[in-house]
Design a protein around this ligand. Structure first.
Ligand SMILES: NC(=O)c1ccc[n+]([C@@H]2O[C@H](COP(=O)([O-])OP(=O)(O)OC[C@H]3O[C@@H](n4cnc5c(N)ncnc54)[C@H](O)[C@@H]3O)[C@@H](O)[C@H]2O)c1
Length: 278
């Protein structure tokens, strides 16, 4: 996808972090914006700061884990702007626990927000994007956690491995079809954002998160430190995404230092070697 000006971008998780920077870059490219987030007030405030001309931006409070809310977002976006050209399935949450201390509600929360949201996005936007003459591009935000198996985050890892294989499958299907819709997969490592405070958005239906102790608490601390110390910024992620979309590149892995860990995992598998600790 080479033309951004006057095309329409839909971005989930746009109130904060990587989603907000994707919105900022899309605005700078002269796109129409449809921004969604579960934090409605924060989203409205963030959107107001983007300086997008009136009539070119809408915001919608959406819980991406709810299929009918994503369907509503798609209906509203196509009705308002007549097409959707860049779909960024970006909203997500983080959670740290040793594997056996994730509750069933924890699993449902993480898989619902991080994985089923992408399933819903593809189901409700892609058929309409395939029909439009201009085509378009889908960007799914996974993580390097979708390429590795870092301890202390089993539900998150499973959700992001799911986004990786879902995106790879979709890519090959669209290639076979010679479709005019591209796919890119963003896999960041540590980026300083609000991800380590994801509990703020845990929906009431999942009940309160239980306080971590022992090894799970240490994993939480380690994650918060790693996020804070991330060298690349959310704006770097957004710029890498737009470069990849323009070049029709699938894998977007801006933290190149992680390649070693990815290679080790692949070699473990190919050599039938037990997983090397990260
Ligand atoms: N920050 C990192 O180090 C990092 C690394 C790898 C992947 N990611 C991924 O990047 C994406 C963006 O996260 P971020 O780092 O910008 O964090 P963030 O917390 O700053 O932003 C995430 C946004 O998603 C929204 N959100 C949460 N639950 C939602 C729901 N149910 N419905 C709609 N919106 C919801 C939040 O309100 C927030 O605005 C996520 O998918 C995350 O997994 C982040």
């Amino acid at each position: 996808m080479q033309t951004f000006r006057d095309r329409t971008a839909v971005i989930t998780g746009a109130a904060s972090g990587i989603g907000l920077e994707l919105a900022r870059r899309a605005a700078a490219e002269g796109m129409n914006l449809v921004l969604a987030d579960i934090e409605g007030d924060k989203l409205a405030e963030a959107a107001a700061g983007l300086g997008v001309p009136e009539g070119r931006l809408t915001t919608q409070r959406v819980d991406v884990s709810q299929e009918q809310e994503i369907q509503g977002l798609a209906d509203a976006a196509f009705a308002r702007f007549g097409g959707v050209h860049l779909l960024c399935n970006n909203a997500g949450i983080g959670m740290n626990r040793v594997t056996w201390e994730h509750t069933t509600a924890d699993w449902e929360w993480v898989l619902g927000v991080n994985l089923m949201s992408v399933v819903h996005g593809i189901r409700h936007f892609l058929p309409r994007m395939l029909e439009q003459a201009e085509g378009g591009h889908v960007v799914n935000t996974a993580s390097v956690a979708g390429l590795l198996s870092t301890p202390g985050m089993a539900a998150y890892n499973v959700s992001k491995h799911g986004v990786v294989t879902l995106s790879e499958t979709l890519y090959t299907e669209l290639q076979e079809l010679k479709a005019n819709v591209g796919v890119s997969l963003l896999c960041p490592a540590w980026v300083p954002t609000g991800i380590h405070q994801s509990d703020r958005n845990r929906q009431a239906r999942f009940g309160p998160k239980q306080t971590a102790s022992g090894i799970s608490a240490r994993y939480e601390e380690r994650m918060a430190k790693a996020i804070h110390s991330g060298r690349l910024t959310a704006a770097d992620m957004a710029n890498a995404v737009f470069d990849a979309v323009a070049a029709d590149r699938f894998y977007v892995i801006p933290h190149r230092k992680i390649n070693h860990a990815i290679q080790l995992r692949m070699e473990d598998i190919l050599n039938l070697r037990n997983p090397t600790p990260l």
